[in-house]
Design a protein around this ligand. Structure first.
Ligand code: ADP
Length: 310
C-alpha cells in the first residue's frame, strides 16, 4: 500500500527551541494515525510541516506523493484546533461558504446529513451545541471530498455524546478510504480510532505502533491493586503466593489474571487483612503515556513506585 503521509527525519527549531528533532513515520492510505504527546511536544509543528505551512530545517515531508506545498489542495482537508466560523451564519451557510471555495464541491446538504446536523441546518452557528459546532467544522473540511484529513484535537471540549458521534463520523470516513491524521489528548479517542499511534515527546517520536503494540511494550503489567486499611507490609506478607510490591497504602500484584482475584481475596481474608479497595486493571494507552512522558492525565492519579520495594 502506498503511504499517504511520510515524515523522514523532520527537524525544526525556533531559535533555541527544538520543536521537532528528527521525526520519521509514515501513514498508509486509509489509515488513521493519532499523534499524542504533552503540550509543547511538537504536534502542531509536525502537522504544519506535513501540511506545508512550516518549512522544516532538515528532513523531508511527503503528502500524497509530493511535497506538502505542492500537494493538491483539492485532496486535502485540515481542521485546525481553533476553527471558528462566523457566529451568525447557519450551519448550512458555513458549509456552503467553504464549498464555494472549490470548483467542484460536494453537495452541502449531503455533508450536513453525513455529519449529523441536517436538522439544525438553519440554526445559527452560535446557537448550536459544542458537539454540533465541531461537526459543522468537520463538515466544512469535507466539501472537497479530501483523500487526507488532518484533525487537530477534533473533540476537545465536547460532551461525551457529541464526542462519540464525531468518532462515528471519523470512522466512517476512514472506512470510506480517507487517510486521517489526528492529534488528541484523549487516550480513549486514540485507542478507539487509531490504527497506529505516535507518541511525541520533546520533539521526538518516543514510540509508534498500534495501540496494542504500545501497550504491550510500554504499558506495564496487568495486575491487582489492593488498597490496604492498616499495615501495608503485613498485607504484602500475607500474599505469599504472588510477587508483590507496595506503594503508599497499596499492594500491587503484577501479572495477576482476573481469574485469580478470588484467591487473592481468600488470602487477604485468611490473614485478617482489612482493605478498602481491590481492583484489577489492564494497562491501556494512558499507562503508556504515563510511562513514556512521566505525565499523568487529568483525573488519573500517578502512582509513584518505589523500585526498592520490588
Ligand atoms: P504542541 O502542539 O505539541 O503543543 P508545538 O508544535 O506547538 O507543540 O510546539 C513545540 C515547541 O515549539 C514548543 O516549545 C513551542 O513553544 C515552540 N514553538 C511552536 N511554534 C513556535 C513559533 N512559531 N515560534 C517560537 N516557538 C514556537
Amino acid at each position: 500500500m502506498t503511504d499517504a503521509i511520510v515524515a523522514d527525519g523532520l527537524r525544526k527549531a525556533y531559535d533555541e527551541t527544538v520543536a521537532l528533532d528528527g521525526v520519521s513515520f509514515a501513514v498508509g492510505e486509509a489509515d488513521v494515525f493519532a499523534l499524542i504527546g504533552p503540550n509543547g511536544a511538537g504536534k502542531t509543528t509536525l502537522v504544519r510541516a506535513l501540511t506545508g505551512t512550516v518549512d522544516p530545517d532538515a528532513g523531508t515531508a511527503e503528502l500524497l506523493g509530493s511535497s506538502p506545498a505542492a500537494a493538491s489542495k483539492e485532496r486535502l482537508g485540515v481542521l485546525p484546533q481553533s476553527f471558528s466560523p462566523p457566529a451568525r451564519l447557519s450551519a448550512r451557510e458555513v458549509v456552503s461558504y467553504y464549498a464555494g471555495l472549490y470548483d467542484d464541491p460536494r453537495d452541502v446538504d449531503e455533508i450536513l446529513a453525513e455529519v449529523g446536523v441536517e436538522e439544525s441546518a438553519d440554526t445559527w452557528y452560535e446557537n448550536l451545541s459544542g458537539g454540533q459546532q465541531r461537526r459543522v467544522c468537520l463538515g466544512a473540511t469535507l466539501v472537497n471530498d479530501p483523500d487526507v484529513l488532518f484533525l487537530d484535537e477534533p473533540t476537545t471540549g465536547i460532551d461525551p455524546a457529541g464526542r462519540r458521534t464525531l468518532w462515528d463520523r471519523i470512522e466512517t470516513l476512514a472506512a470510506g478510504g480517507t487517510t486521517v491524521l489526528l492529534t488528541t489528548h484523549d487516550m480513549a479517542e486514540a485507542e478507539r480510532l487509531a490504527d497506529r499511534v505516535g507518541l511525541l515527546s520533546g520533539g521526538e517520536l518516543a514510540a509508534v505502533g498500534t495501540p496494542q503494540e504500545l501497550v504491550r511494550a510500554h504499558g506495564g503489567d496487568r495486575g491487582v491493586t489492593v488498597t490496604v486499611d492498616g499495615d501495608v507490609e503485613a498485607a504484602a506478607d500475607a500474599l505469599t503466593d504472588w510477587a508483590t510490591r507496595t506503594t503508599g497504602n497499596r499492594v500491587i500484584l503484577d501479572g495477576v489474571d482476573p481469574q485469580a482475584i478470588g484467591e487473592v481475596v481468600a488470602a487477604l481474608d485468611d490473614a485478617g487483612t482489612s482493605y478498602t479497595e481491590l481492583a484489577w486493571a489492564e494497562p491501556d494507552l494512558e499507562d503508556v503515556y504515563l510511562s513514556l512522558t512521566g505525565e499523568a492525565f487529568e483525573g488519573r492519579e500517578a502512582v509513584p513506585v518505589d523500585p526498592a520495594a520490588d
